[in-house]
Design a protein around this ligand. Structure first.
Ligand SMILES: *Cc1c(COP(=O)(O)O)cnc(C)c1O
Length: 435
């Protein structure tokens, strides 16, 4: 199947090119030419399938015949040794835990799949590939972990100085080897625009093969659809209206859910839960998409003022806020409300939630109140392990929480990052000299 640019459907490229380029030459985002149907047959027997079997059946609809079935199975099996369990709170409410991968955030699902696909596609390339990643926190570590020590691949991570948690910073600045971290004097949006400018720069693209692994890469996005199917598979009563609440920043996770929905997953509503960065709920109200500078919050991986995947959403649902609003409900919450929610979830359900998931909880609650649903399957996507935000969470629940071994060992390592301004000329000079 080919992939077109959201800016111009006449720009259409094969899977390999869409994955390696990451972004279309006109700056648009790649989308599959068609969203294939998962079919009633798959949905009927989905409860009996393991995560990797669901991943295979869903992905082959898009990747076959570009990737032969056996290769695709191998890619999936080397990518996923962890899964995505749902935890039941009560008869209506579940949490989908997406933090069982190596870096303990949902980004492992997309990043590891992309790494496997890129290495599959570049087996026979002569030049090294440089992968540029702007990160608001968890993308960086997921990508670094996925590509760490992979031959012929160099990773450059850009993160906003002082705007990610200590744990997140440690997770991206302690790899070494083929991974370099750039500490940018600016915001996440600056990091993202440096990456976008690099892809548009003729000289850079002549001298090196650049690739991206942000959620703008379609290979990051498509595998995130797997766990929406897997969550559905795990539900006891599938006949109730299904509501997914997705803590959102760059809206990649939500877009993946919409792709699953377009493939036939019976979803009643998506809830796009956001923090003070409220460009999306404002759009649903006013019909105007007005990017703003990002604001710093305690759910920092969602501090995005110009969500890149917005144009994929309008591509999927129609460029009209009323059409989009039929499928997606969106609401914004403050840090104060988020902290209170962490406490409330602990008290009501004896569950420790991270700040991102807590925003998801609040947004789902708000939607249920407004829609007056009484019987439903509400699934909150818990996008990161609470220990990644240990100070905030311990403070909210007023008790100590356990730090998993993988995170503990990371905190003990020494940070290594290159400081850089937010000017493109500096960034360009840096990557040119580095090669
Ligand atoms: C990246 C991230 C998000 C936001 O996901 P998007 O796909 O960018 O909307 C939410 N929570 C956590 C923990 C994240 O790392």
């Amino acid at each position: 199947m080919n992939f077109y640019s959201t800016k111009n459907k006449n720009i259409s490229v094969p899977l390999r090119e869409a994955v390696l380029k990451g972004i279309a030459e006109d700056g648009g985002l790649f989308m599959p030419e068609r969203i294939p149907a998962a079919g009633k047959d798959l949905l009927n027997r989905i409860s009996s399938l393991a995560f990797n079997e669901i991943a295979f059946e869903v992905s082959r609809l898009i990747f076959s015949p570009d990737i032969p079935d056996q290769d695709l199975k191998n890619i999936i099996n080397e990518t996923y040794y962890f899964s995505s369990p749902i935890i039941k709170f009560n008869r209506n409410l579940y949490v989908l835990e997406l933090f069982h991968g190596p870096t303990m955030a949902f980004k492992d699902f997309g990043a590891r799949f992309t790494a496997s696909l890129i290495s599959y596609f570049v087996k026979d390339e002569e030049k090294d590939i440089t992968i540029l990643v702007a990160t608001s926190g968890d993308t960086g570590s997921a990508v670094a972990s996925a590509f760490y020590k992979m031959p012929k691949i160099k990773i450059v991570l850009l993160y906003p100085q002082g705007k990610i948690s200590e744990m997140q910073e440690k997770q991206i600045t302690t790899y070494g080897e083929n991974v370099t971290a750039l500490e940018v004097n600016g915001t996440f949006d600056d990091c993202q625009s440096l990456v976008k400018s690099a892809f548009a720069d003729v000289e850079l693209n002549k001298k090196m093969i650049l690739s991206s692994s942000n959620s703008i890469n379609i290979a990051r996005l498509l595998p995130q659809a797997f766990y929406y199917f897997s969550a559905y598979a795990q539900l006891e009563d599938k006949s109730k209206p299904l509501v997914f609440s997705v803590p959102s920043g760059n809206f990649g996770n939500l877009t993946a859910g919409l792709i699953a929905f377009k493939m036939g997953l019976p979803v009643y509503k998506f809830v796009a839960a956001v923090n003070a960065n409220d460009v999306f709920p404002s759009y649903l109200k006013s019909g105007k998409f007005t990017p703003k500078p990002s604001v710093k919050t305690i759910s920092n991986a969602m501090d995005v003022g110009n969500p890149s995947n917005f144009f994929r959403i309008t591509d999927l649902l129609g460029a009209n806020h009323e059409l989009v609003g039929r499928v997606i409900f969106s609401v914004s919450f403050s840090d104060r409300q988020t902290k209170d929610a962490i406490k409330e979830i602990k008290e009501k359900f004896n569950y420790i939630m991270d700040p991102h998931g807590a925003v998801g909880y609040l947004a789902l609650k708000k939607f249920i109140n407004e829609s007056k649903l009484e019987n439903y399957n509400g699934i909150i996507l818990e996008t990161a392990h609470p220990a990644k935000f240990i100070n905030i969470v311990e403070n909210a629940v007023e008790q100590e929480i356990e730090m998993p071994e993988a995170l503990k060992s990371c905190l003990e390592k020494k940070k290594s990052a290159v400081k850089i301004s937010n000017r493109f000329s500096d960034f360009k000079k840096y990557i040119l000299n580095r090669n």
